[in-house]
Design a protein around this ligand. Structure first.
Ligand code: CA
Length: 757
């Protein structure tokens, strides 16, 4: 027989007591932090704690107790998704059989190094516990390089599922499994049906989405299962999943347009099966990278992946002989079978081969894989002896020559998309090659809590309304206040005098009919890009003749406050002139630690400028924390610019980023970089970029160029540029022996200066 008694302890604190014939369990309806404090130390098996709907500011929850398999202790929301933990909030679980659900962390960040932690402290861990249907949304520390983690699993037999983790903008892996004590090893955790939503490019190391283990404990087994998760544009850095322990199963996950790879970085005996990678041709989309012993990689599907080097669609690494625990262990006994690779641009074997990484893969099998590419390439590059890999019964599309030779047969087949969204050969006779037919592909909608919408991470330029304005006092300043992200402010023809700096914390376009709209301004800066702001200028004439007569004015700047959101800057079809009221008047100056997803300058003219065009060199500490991912200059004219065209700097030697990228095509430069205050004495400095393409530009009256290769295998092309006078390109491999690796062809009047050549 069961009955309930309701006891009112205080107005704000109701205690529901539930009695049964055998076990007494209590339901607590908690309305305040003070109420929670009264009960959290006395929770026992079968108790249920319900947090009232509403916003809980600065609530550091300790949820602990000894539940049992039949009588767990639960912590839940009055209504799922209606309990918001904001400000300095976090959650620690400790004990046995605890279940947490329905909570939303947003509008703040954890004051500690973890938001959700499966331990209270080093000696009090959670076991047999579950966190399900929780949300951590944009809960990023505004100090971008103050590292923290959102979810950290300790203990054993825990589960994290159906949760939503998106928008981590500060350094530190989004979710980690720790094996740092014996009580957390051989843990049999389960991580499933989670939505790992968009994680923007961090612009340095430390942007992994999921890490299992660390190098230090990587020879320990974890027995963690990661299945049916959806990784949506997890672009933080080169590793999406960094597996660093043994005996894990990574199965049936989907990786959608995510830059980087699932990396078997450390640990042996892992199973990678049934994962689906859709790159859709996006830059740096990768698949699986294999390192260590006894790895099984089967029935994985890879389509439209463009990544190369360690970010390739498929990579098998070379190891270091007798490797220290934190370097690269040799690949031994890898079984790579029945994977389908369609339009995968790069499959790299014995990758990373160098004087240190000299141990090629051994005792490994590559069999029954199915490979086809629209360009009739097989995508393979081998960097060392791959006789330690047995190639057997792999199928290549007809007309594609095998770079490997034996072990590949050409077959003619047509692909068709099955109901599960994957491509299979129409011909049933090929069923034994590539992935199995009955693979179930997890849908985005099946991951995360179904009550929380999956938001898009950025607002596109020109995606909102058009707001038409005419020249009036403060019209732009006032319009910005009411505009919404994505709107276009369309300037009717005329001259606009801007009295106040235009600060943007939204995504806005300022557009005019080319040649008919002129902006002058009376402040030292015209546009200031604040956090959450992005700027597109299209079709304007910007004349700085009325700017204050002071040194070091800047046309467009980032806020001098710390920023956490990546921004975009575009200058299109625009004329920028007369930045010359005093010396060192720059066009754009990056903020310290500010980071641009892209900067594009196209079809524009810059004339009569005493400072620099692009200053993207705020990294002074060589930590590899740079200022822009993609910088593109296309079809522009730069005339009488005393400063430098660009100073793009990415320091440090770690290899965790894909950028920066610099593209400069079809520009005309005339008298650029010759001012006495241009201390670099060069027209452009590109330091540490991973991709550089300087092509088909004309340089007249310009000093030398500098390109410094620092790390990785940067891809640099300097092609078909015309230099009116004899000019030097100084290029050097700073951290690698030997001459530069750039492709420099078809330039006239250009001499390459390489101290190592
Ligand atoms: Ca990393």
């Amino acid at each position: 027989m069961r009955f309930k008694i309701i006891i009112t302890l205080s107005v704000s604190f109701l205690l529901f007591l539930l009695f049964s014939t055998e076990i007494q369990a209590t339901d607590y309806f908690v309305k305040s932090k003070a109420d929670y404090k009264k009960i959290y130390k006395k929770l026992s098996a079968g108790d249920n704690v319900v947090l009232a709907n509403g916003t809980w500011q600065d609530f550091e929850i300790v949820f602990m107790g000894e539940g049992t398999q039949d009588k767990p202790i639960t912590l839940s929301a009055e209504t799922k998704g209606k309990v918001f933990l904001t400000g300095s909030s976090n959650l620690r679980l400790a004990g046995e059989y605890l279940v947490v659900s329905g909570l939303v962390f947003k509008d703040g960040y954890s004051p500690t190094a973890e938001v959700i932690s499966f331990r209270r402290n080093k000696s009090h861990l959670a076991n047999h516990s579950r966190v399900t249907e929780v949300v951590i949304d944009n809960y990023s520390n505004p100090d971008k390089f103050d590292q923290d983690k959102w979810v950290v699993m300790y203990g054993k037999h825990n589960r994290f599922d159906h949760s939503y983790l998106a928008g981590k903008r500060n350094a530190g892996v989004t979710m980690a499994v720790r094996l740092n004590t014996e009580d957390s090893q051989e843990n049999y955790h389960r991580i499933d049906h989670n939505y790992f939503g968009p994680r923007p490019i961090l612009g340095s190391n430390g942007g992994e989405t999921l890490r299992i283990g660390t190098s230090h404990y990587s020879l320990s087994n974890s027995f963690t299962t990661i299945e049916n998760n959806y990784f949506d544009r997890c672009d933080g850095e080169v590793e999406i999943i960094s597996n660093k322990s043994g005996q894990n199963k990574i199965i049936n996950n989907v990786f959608y347009e995510s830059r980087g790879t699932l990396t078997l970085r450390h640990g042996n005996g892992n199973l990678v099966e049934g994962n689906v990678f859709f790159g859709n041709g996006k830059d740096h989309t990768g698949g699986i990278r294999v390192i260590n012993a006894d790895q099984t990689i089967r029935h994985n599907y890879m389509e439209g992946l463009t990544g190369y080097r360690f970010g390739s669609g498929f990579t098998v690494m070379n190891g270091v002989p007798n490797s220290p625990i934190n370097r690269y262990h040799q690949v031994k006994n890898a079984n790579i079978s029945n994977n389908s690779l369609f339009n995968v641009d790069h499959i790299q074997l014995a990758a990373g081969s160098d004087a240190e990484r000299s141990a090629a893969p051994i005792d490994s099998l590559f069999s029954a894989n199915l490979i086809s590419h629209d360009k009739q390439i097989d995508g393979f590059t081998t960097f060392d002896d791959v006789r330690g890999i047995t190639f057997k019964d792999n199928v290549l599309a007809d007309g594609t020559k095998s770079s490997i030779g034996a072990g590949f047969i050409n077959k003619s087949f047509e692909l068709e998309r099955a109901d599960n969204g994957l491509l299979y050969p129409k011909d049933g006779k090929l069923a034994e090659y590539g992935i199995k037919r009955d693979i179930k592909v997890i849908q985005k909608s099946q991951t995360g809590p179904d009550w929380y919408p999956k938001a898009e991470p950025t607002v596109a330029f020109d995606s909102g309304a058009e707001i038409r304005v005419t020249p009036q006092e403060d019209i732009l300043f006032n319009t910005i206040k009411t505009a919404k992200s994505g709107d276009v402010i369309y300037l009717e023809p005329g001259e606009y005098t801007v009295r106040k700096t235009l600060s943007l914390d939204k995504v806005l376009t300022f557009k005019g009919q080319s040649g008919l709209v002129k902006l002058t301004f009376l402040r030292k800066t015209l546009f200031n890009i604040e956090d959450k702001g992005s700027l597109r200028i299209d079709g304007l004439i910007i004349d700085a003749k009325d700017a204050p007569d002071s040194a070091g004015n800047v046309l467009i700047a980032n806020t001098r406050l710390p920023t956490i959101y990546n921004y975009r800057l575009e200058i299109l079809n625009t004329s920028v002139q007369n930045l010359n009221v005093n010396h060192s008047f720059h066009v754009f100056d990056s903020g310290y630690r500010a980071f641009a997803d892209h900067i594009v300058i196209k079809n524009s003219v810059f004339n009569n400028i005493t400072g620099d065009i692009l200053r993207l060199n705020k990294e002074l500490d060589d930590l590899g924390i740079y200022n822009a991912e993609y910088v593109t200059l296309r079809n522009n004219k730069f005339i009488d610019v005393q400063g430098t065209l660009i100073n793009l700097y990415r320091g440090g030697t770690d290899e965790s980023t894909f950028g920066p990228h610099f593209v400069m095509l079809n520009n005309e430069l005339n008298n650029v970089g010759n001012g006495k205050r241009n201390k670099s004495k060069v027209v452009a400095t590109i330091h540490g970029a991973q991709v550089t393409n300087i092509e088909n530009n004309s340089f007249e009256q310009t000093p030398d160029l500098i390109i410094n290769h620092t790390v990785g295998e940067p891809q640099t092309k300097v092609l078909a540029n015309h230099f009116a006078e004899a000019t030097k390109l100084h290029i050097v491999e700073m951290n690698v022996d030997g001459p530069h690796t750039a492709k420099i062809q078809g330039n006239n009047n250009l001499t390459v200066v390489d101290p190592k050549q």
